[in-house]
Structures are given as C-alpha cells and as structure tokens.
Design a binder for this molecule. Structure first.
Ligand code: FRU
Length: 617
C-alpha cells in the first residue's frame, strides 16, 4: 500500500515535470508534431505543435469516459469526456486545434479511479490518434434520415433556443461533438430559410467551467432590455454540474450580435439560481409578455414549472408555479414551453398552452410530450382541466423535448421534437450520429365537446419536398397488395390516404420489405383507435423497451379517414385528420420498406385516394 502510494506521488511529480518541460518548449521549433507519452495508471500526455486543424481521437463506445483536458500556456482551455478506444476504433471525433496553431498544446488524459482500462490507454487510442486538416462527416449510415434534421456527426438530444430572425430559422440543440452518446453538452447550431433545408454551423455555445450547457430558449431582444443592442439574440440555458452528493443546475445567459453565429456568455452568470437549492431546476423558456411589457421565464423545477419575470433579462423575480400533482404520476417535468393560440382559429378566443415534456411518465414508457390548456394573467397559469386529465401531443414513443420557435412569422407556432426516447436513445443502432428530430409541425387549437386540444400538423414547408408521385384508388375487401407504389423511393417518402369506410371493423395497412420486416397500422373502427405496431419492424433487440405497439383514440362519427405518413429510413410519423392525432415512431429495418399491402376485417372499405410522393433530400 505504502509502495503504491509513493509510486503515485512520483508519477504525479513526473507528470507535472513533463508538462512544465513541454510548456517551455519553443513553439516554432517543430511545426507539426504529435508526441504521446503514456505515463501509465491512466495518465497520458500528448504534446502537439501543429498548424493542422484537428486531432482525431479514436472512440470505442463501450469504454468509460476519459477526461481529456487541453492545456495551452499553462491554462486549461478545453475539457471533453471521450470514450477513448482501448480494443478497437468505432469512429473518430475531432478536437479542434485551430485556435492554437503553432502553439504547444498539451493534452492530459485522466481516468476515474475505478475504471477498468487504467493502464491500458496506450493500447489502441495512442496508436490511432492522428492529426488531420479534415474531419470526414460523410453520411454513410443506412439509418440516417434524408429529410429530417440530424447532426452532422455525434450525439443530439433536445432542440433548444429556437428563434426566427431576419429570414432565418435558428435551430440549436443539445449536442455532443465528442461522441455519439450523451455527454459534453454544447448547443449545436443550424439555420434554415424554410424549415426543411438546413445548414450546419459550428456549435454555438460550448461547455465551460460552470458546466454542461443544458437546454433552454432564445429571444430577439427587440427593446434592448439587456443592453447589448436592439435585436440582439439572447439565449438562456441551464449550466449543469455534478457536485458532491448531487448536481447543481442554474440558469445562464449568452448573447449574440451577429445573428447567432457567435455568442458571448454573460460575465456575471448565472442569472438565476433556485431559492431552495432544488437539484432539478432547468430548461428556461423566456418570452415577452406584451400586456405588462415584461419578460417571463419558465423553469422546470422537479414536478412544477416556476414562473419568473424580469425587465432587463438579467434579474429575475419569482412569481408563481404550476404543475405539482398534474399529469401522470410519478413524473419529472422538463423543457417547458408556453404559447398563446386562438381556439378553433378564432383570434377573439385565445388560450394559453403549457407544453410540458416529462421523463419518465409517458403513457408508453420513458419520455413524452404533454400539454395543459388554460388562462394566464401575467402572473399565474390556471389550467382548465382537472389534475388527472392527461393530453399527449404525440402518441408515438419517439417524440420528446418538443418546443416552439420564438418570433416565427405570421403568428405561427412551429414545434419540433427530438425523435427518440430516453429509455433507449443511447442504444439505437447507429453510431456516426444519434438521433434525428421530427419534421416541423404547426400547432393550433381545436375543440371537441367543449374540450380544447392541440393539433399538430406537418408544417406546410414540407410540401416543397414532394418529388414524383403516384396515385391510385381501389376497394379493399380482405387483403390487397398495391404493387410498385413505394419501391423506388429508397425509404424516404410521404403517403397521403383518404379512406371511406364501408362496413369494415378494421382498416389496416402494412409497410414491409423483402426480409419480412413490417410496420403494421390499423384503424380499429369498433374501438375507435389508431395503432402502429413496430414489434416486427427490423432491429428491435437493442433495448427491451423498444418493441411496442402504440395506439391512440380517434374521434368517433367519422367515416372518412385522412392520414399522412412520413417515412424516412428509420422513422414513421403518422398525422391523422390534419394532425388531430399524431404518432411518431422510430424503426430500424435492415432494408427500406418497399411494399405496402392493405387489409380489411369485418367488411370492406374504399381507398378514395392513395398518393405516394418520393421526398427530396
Ligand atoms: C431533456 C433533458 C433536459 C436537459 C437536457 C440535457 O431531454 O434532460 O431537461 O436540459 O436533456 O441534455
């Protein structure tokens, strides 16, 4: 024991010594060098002096994280947790060195004390690590969607800080640039002029000493409330850190005067801490409350949403809270949004909608999006239903962290969701990236028997993606295979169906491939249900929570059924009656679903119109 202890002491001393020697080396002496010293016991030193842009780090996903700390001029300039390869390389991740060209850069790798790979780091990682001017983000994964947003590479979860400004939709998102599993939370960034074609930009807000950059929102500061200039984009996010015995979550602010391209963090962050030391206190949603000319922030606080107000976006005052006891129990509230919408399109009847993402607590397990409708007087939200009433925005398993764009034109409320579920998001069978977003959806309110519901319709911009189409109409009595309708579409298509029921109890259809993998969808006309069954959809074995049939009630008294299906390599999104019910599910077929068959039970039905559109990339 004693011997080991002194060995460690010597080692630490050596580490410091080598670091000091490295840092005093003349930067101009060697223009491109990579010197790796494995010091054993999980310590490794890498000295880099290069004009090349990246150091490519090899990753093996099953390995534990190694803390990689980057030191320039004796200062730690970056930290990243990377699952460094020990036995084999699954993929590489880039460490951007461009800001330090020609300087001595030191990397220190540090393992946790109980890691099984202590002392073995040199194995593959040190051999495979390399300098490069480029990083290949080539899209070679067969499951990568063609028209849904997905990150260039690496892990993505919640959409964040969505804001529209000067003709651009900004999409920020929870992003790990150092691996395809959750970690190193940054705000990734993309922009689009039409919600369907996206340009990838560099990550906008990087993890820092206050912690990971968790979810949040962004606004255009029209009245220069924060003092950084009119129309500055101001972003709010949670700074998350693990601390002894728990976690710290506080709200921080950053602003951008160049249309979101670069952000400056507010030097006095955080702007809001929980008054009661709450550990789950995150995902700030900020919006302008016109009647009282003030900013409001909603923060998810365990099983509540807390409301704060501010005049200058920097000082926040507590107003009220809503949620405890509402919705399914147990639950954990996350990612709030709060929007006002006309009821049945009538702008004289406005209602507030509180969007609450919960994890766990979703009806089919894991994470899902629910909402409450009600009134808001600028201080307190009053829900118009009883606590036990649960309304889901989407009835599929892969629809989470749904939030809307601030400042979208024409009073539109456009939402987008992360198309995965925390139960298995880290296990889905992709590796170069994980996971995509849903298609964008326009929200509106409709009523049925005096009850108010959210409608979630595919955004009209999606029509632009339509390429060649094929149309048929036919009757179904038994089973009917409709040939050559979706075969050439490479797994990326839209189906538009109008069905007239004659006397069928079940109206069904299956998307399938030659491997016998299928997604089976049914209207049960007796039970008034729509269901989607992905239990035989392809690879379902990576997590026990994945195989599943999801269903939702449909409105009664309708004999004409309208459905739009968006299929994109590894997902199926079903929009019934213009989005009055929605179901989003991921699927991982070994080859695209190239065939469709229809079937009926208990009577016949007529497919008045079956249109298939190939969708453009
Ligand atoms: C929701 C969430 C947020 C948090 C973020 C972290 O999916 O857990 O509450 O800010 O993900 O990545």
């Amino acid at each position: 024991m004693n011997v080991l202890f002194s060995f460690k002491q010597v080692q630490t001393f050596l580490t410091i010594l080598v670091m000091m020697i490295f840092s005093f080396l003349d930067a101009s002496a060697d223009t491109s060098s990579l010197l790796i010293k494995d010091l054993g016991e999980g310590h490794c030193l890498v000295q880099i002096n290069t004009n090349q842009r990246y150091l490519l780090l090899p990753v093996e996903e099953v390995m534990p994280d190694v803390r990689v700390s980057m030191i320039v001029n004796n200062k730690e300039v970056n930290v990243a947790d990377v699952r460094l390869a020990v036995n084999r390389v699954d993929y590489f991740v880039p460490l951007d060195l461009s800001a330090y060209a020609g300087k001595n850069i030191l990397l220190k790798f540090k393992l946790g004390s109980n890691d099984p790979i202590r002392g073995k780091l040199s194995a593959v990682c040190c051999k495979e690590m390399k300098l490069s001017d480029t990083f290949d983000t080539g899209n070679r994964e067969k499951f990568r969607p063609t028209y849904h947003f997905s990150p260039l590479y690496g892990w993505m979860n919640d959409p964040n800080g969505m804001v529209y400004k000067d003709g651009e939709y900004h999409l920020f998102y929870q992003y790990n640039p150092y691996g395809s599993k959750w970690g190193n939370m940054h705000w990734g960034h993309s922009v689009s002029k039409d919600l369907v074609h996206w340009e990838h930009l560099d990550p906008a807000i990087a993890r820092d000493t206050l912690g990971h950059i968790f979810s949040g929102s962004a606004i255009v500061d029209k009245h220069n409330s924060a003092g950084y200039g009119e129309n500055t984009i101001v972003a709010f996010y949670t700074s998350h850190r693990n601390i002894p015995g728990g976690q710290s979550q506080v709200q921080s602010m950053a602003y951008s005067t160049d249309n979101g391209r670069t952000y400056t963090k507010y030097e006095q962050n955080p702007v809001l801490t929980p008054f009661d030391g709450l550990q789950n206190f995150r995902d700030p949603k900020v919006f302008w409350y016109e009647p009282e000319q003030k900013w409001i922030m909603i923060v998810s606080a365990d099983k509540n949403m807390r409301f704060y107000s501010s005049a200058n976006l920097k000082q926040w005052e507590y107003m009220s809270e809503f949620g405890e006891g509402f919705g399914p129990q147990p639950n954990q509230f996350e990612c709030p949004d709060f929007i006002q919408l006309p009821v049945d399109g009538d702008r004289t009847r406005m209602k507030w909608v509180m969007i609450v993402n919960i994890n766990p607590g979703f009806v089919y397990g894991g994470s899902g999006t629910m909402y409450f409708t009600g009134d808001f007087d600028g201080h307190q939200f009053v829900c118009d239903t009883k606590p036990e009433v649960v309304k889901w925005l989407d009835w599929g398993k892969d629809h989470y962290a749904t939030v809307t764009w601030s400042d979208a034109p024409d009073n539109r409320r456009i939402a987008i969701a992360w198309m995965s579920n925390w139960q298995y998001a880290n296990d889905v069978p992709t590796s170069q990236y994980r996971s995509p977003n849903s298609v964008p959806r326009d929200l509106s309110l409709f009523t049925v028997d005096g009850e108010t519901y959210l409608q979630s319709a595919p955004s009209p911009e999606l029509l632009k993606l339509r390429d060649v189409s094929k149309k048929r109409s036919f009757k179904v009595n038994g089973t009917r295979i409709i040939k050559d309708m979706i075969a050439g579409n490479e797994g990326a298509y839209e189906i538009e169906l109008t069905i007239e029921n004659q006397h069928a109890d079940v109206i069904g259809f299956r998307l399938y491939n030659d491997k016998g993998e299928e997604v089976d969808m049914q209207y049960d006309m007796k039970e008034k249900k729509f269901s989607m069954d992905r239990r035989k959809s392809g690879d379902v074995g990576f997590n026990e929570n994945f195989p599943m049939l999801t269903w939702t009630a449909i409105e009664s008294g309708k004999d004409e059924l309208k459905l739009r299906l968006f299929v994109d390599k590894s997902s199926v999104e079903a929009f019934g009656d213009g989005g009055r019910f929605v179901m989003t599910n991921q699927v991982f077929p070994s080859e695209p679903y190239n065939h469709i068959s229809f079937y009926s039970k208990g009577g016949a039905y007529k497919v008045d119109s079956f249109v298939v559109y190939k969708l453009k990339k």
